[in-house]
Design a protein around this ligand. Structure first.
Ligand SMILES: Cc1cc2nc3c(=O)[nH]c(=O)nc-3n(C[C@H](O)[C@H](O)[C@H](O)COP(=O)(O)O)c2cc1C
Length: 192
């Protein structure tokens, strides 16, 4: 199944992007095809001016619409998700996540804002008609250690949460075609 890894950090050297890639690597081991979209790579002017027709925005939107599932990662900025992530989500069709599974990830400077996932990001994902939003995974920057030679090391509780989240996401993802068929069948039965 196809998964879009959507990164919402403006930083080049980003802990949330590393966590996102880590989750993507694990999903690839389960046999899923992952594409990555970092919102920071989209043209800033198009994002700020809500230019729906910009070719890079059109391509990014198509990438998202084509995916069966999304893993979205954001750092906490001022007790919420980032502005650039919102700028991109604002450019999606109203039902842009229709039928998709979503796994939200966030990193923050402290545990104080871990509810950002539930109180800020989840309502936006739900308003875009996501089919099933899995419990989010939150890590503080010091629970993620980066070394250019050895890569990303997660504290044990985060590693366990990531393992559980990936397992559940992958299971739900493989069940998606069957659920879609059942939904179509139900709609068809209601129509006749
Ligand atoms: C502008 C800005 C605002 C931030 N606001 C918060 C905040 O409100 N709460 C928090 O826990 N961390 C906050 N942080 C810390 C980041 O969330 C944290 O360092 C995160 O891991 C950075 O992720 P990134 O490397 O992917 O950008 C803020 C950082 C920046 C640069």
């Amino acid at each position: 199944m196809s998964v879009l890894l959507l990164g919402g950090s403006p930083s080049v050297s980003s802990s949330s992007a590393r966590l996102l890639q880590h989750v993507g690597d694990k999903l690839a081991l389960h046999g899923h095809r992952c594409n990555t979209l970092q919102v920071r790579d989209l043209p800033a002017q198009a994002l700020l001016h809500a230019n729906f027709d910009d070719p890079a925005i059109v391509r990014a939107t198509a990438l998202l619409l084509d995916a069966d599932a999304i893993v979205v990662a954001t750092p906490v900025y001022k007790a919420a998700y980032t502005g650039i992530l919102k700028a991109f989500l604002d450019l999606l069709p109203q039902d842009g996540l229709d039928g998709k599974l979503v796994l939200p990830l966030a990193t923050g400077g402290s545990q104080s804002h871990m509810l950002v996932l539930d109180y800020a990001l989840r309502p936006v994902l739900a308003s875009l008609a996501a089919r099933f939003i899995l419990p989010g995974i939150y890590a503080t920057s010091d629970q993620l250690r980066w070394n250019a030679a050895t890569g990303l090391t997660l504290d044990a509780p985060i590693a366990a949460r990531v393992a559980r989240g990936v397992e559940q996401f992958s299971t739900e993802l493989f069940a998606l075609p069957q659920q879609r068929l059942q939904a179509q069948h139900t709609l068809h039965s209601l129509a006749v």
